[in-house]
Design a protein around this ligand. Structure first.
Ligand SMILES: Nc1ncnc2c1ncn2[C@@H]1O[C@H](COP(=O)(O)OP(=O)(O)OP(=O)(O)O)[C@@H](O)[C@H]1O
Length: 244
């Protein structure tokens, strides 16, 4: 099957107090087109770093990341960022109206956005919100608007970093449904970092456990949660379940 993302021996380190700290120690993995990979692991284990390397918010120190068969550093950066959308927990909004925010990707390409209402409708927002100041929207509305803004580019890959962790359970459920719909209808490949194990289990096709700079286990989601192979996965799942 076609892999849309391939990580080959990817390493990344950061400087902390004049010392180099290795965050990713040579990770390799493949993601099949149209699948959802949920990424779980302890805090600080490098999950967000994996996402940020996939659209060059950060650069790998060693190794390669191929998107559609082409290494990230060989892509034109604008093209890469159009193809690989990213959404964060706090859905950062720029000053201005929802329409200003939604039109941003088109404006960056010197175009105007055709049919903004279509995108609002797709993410379940009403048209009247287009003229509202984006910063005044609720957390759930901002998150949907952030998705709408990303969808304008028709990304082939979506990187999601804790996109529901600031939302209440209803809004969180609605965002989950929206992401699943995007995946189903647009065949979008999704890497989804989440602390919420039940979410990882609900939405994933594959699940990775990232720990100590490595992917400890990568398995079909059902198997990952019911019959983990690695003892560290079992311990991680037990610990998270006990502290719920
Ligand atoms: N730009 C940066 N500069 C320096 N250190 C960084 C940078 N980005 C990440 N780190 C460090 O790399 C490590 C991994 O961070 P990362 O955000 O990838 O972890 P995470 O698994 O996503 O954590 P969490 O679950 O808490 O969000 C942390 O120790 C973090 O401090």
């Amino acid at each position: 099957m076609e892999s849309e993302i391939e990580l080959k021996n990817v390493c990344k380190a950061f400087m902390h107090d004049h010392e180099t700290v290795s965050v990713l120690k040579g990770i390799s993995a493949k993601v099949t087109k149209g699948t959802i990979v949920t990424i779980v692991g302890p805090s600080g284990s490098g999950k967000s770093t994996i996402l940020s390397l996939c659209n060059l918010l950060q650069t790998p120190d060693e190794g390669e990341i191929h998107i559609h068969g082409k290494e990230v550093r060989e892509w034109n950066i604008q093209e890469l960022r159009r193809l690989v959308g990213i959404a964060f927990q706090d859905a950062p909004m720029l000053k201005g109206t929802s329409l200003d925010n939604l039109s941003l990707p088109a404006r960056l390409q010197g175009k105007s956005l055709e049919n903004p209402k279509k995108y609002m409708k797709y993410v379940g927002l009403t048209e009247d919100l287009l003229s509202r100041q984006a910063k005044e929207l609720s957390g759930g509305q901002k998150q949907r608007l952030a998705f709408a803004r990303t969808l304008v580019n028709e990304p082939s890959v979506l990187l999601l970093d804790e996109v529901t962790s600031a939302l209440d359970s209803l809004a969180s459920h609605e965002v989950e449904e929206l992401v699943l719909r995007i995946n189903r209808e647009q065949h979008t490949t999704i890497l989804w970092v989440t602390h919420d194990l039940s979410q990882a289990e609900r939405v994933g096709d594959q699940t990775w456990l990232v720990m100590d700079g490595s992917i400890i286990e990568a398995a079909p989601t059902k198997q990952f949660f019911t019959e983990p192979k690695d003892v560290r996965t079992k311990q991680f799942l037990d610990m998270k379940r006990n502290y719920k």
